[in-house]
Write a protein of this length. Structure first.
Length: 147
């Protein structure tokens, strides 16, 4: 199975604050670690750094598998990493069914790149943090494979 590259992992870690105790993410979702969304039945206790990292890799695996399953276009490592970051943050199903992925699968790489900024809203309201994150993902997506 294809894995996110180091650039993509660092991008995610730069936008997800490591929190070892559960917190409300500001949008009503209980979260812990590197942005891991908790289930209502999950205990509200602190976790270790190793547990936070394990949850991150578990969540990344879901995003990696989702992108691999939904994108037929031959992605370079930076494109793959940018899409994994987007799916990690917005959800695999949402990205897999998106116009961005449809454009990419049709071979319209630049059209797909231009769709990243559209994913900057929470509850219909633009988020400055998400606007910055989407710009970083878009920039990573546009990097050549050797960069």
């Amino acid at each position: 199975m294809r894995r996110i590259n180091e650039r993509g992992l660092r991008l995610i870690e730069s936008f997800e604050t490591l929190q070892l105790t559960p917190y409300d993410d500001g949008y009503g979702l209980r979260t812990v670690g590197w942005g891991h969304r908790m289930q209502p039945t999950d205990p509200s206790c602190a976790i270790s750094r190793d547990e936070a990292d394990a949850l991150l890799y578990y969540d990344l695996r879901i995003a990696e598998e989702g992108i691999a399953a939904s994108v037929a276009y031959p992605l370079n490592d930076n494109q793959f990493a940018a899409l994994v970051s987007l799916a990690f943050n917005c959800g695999v199903r949402a990205i897999g069914n998106s116009t961005l992925v449809r454009m990419l699968n049709a071979g319209n790489v630049e059209g797909a790149a231009q769709r990243f900024p559209r994913w900057n809203k929470v509850g219909g309201v633009e988020s400055r943090g998400l606007t910055r994150r989407r710009a970083a993902e878009q920039a990573l997506f546009r990097l050549p494979p050797t960069a």
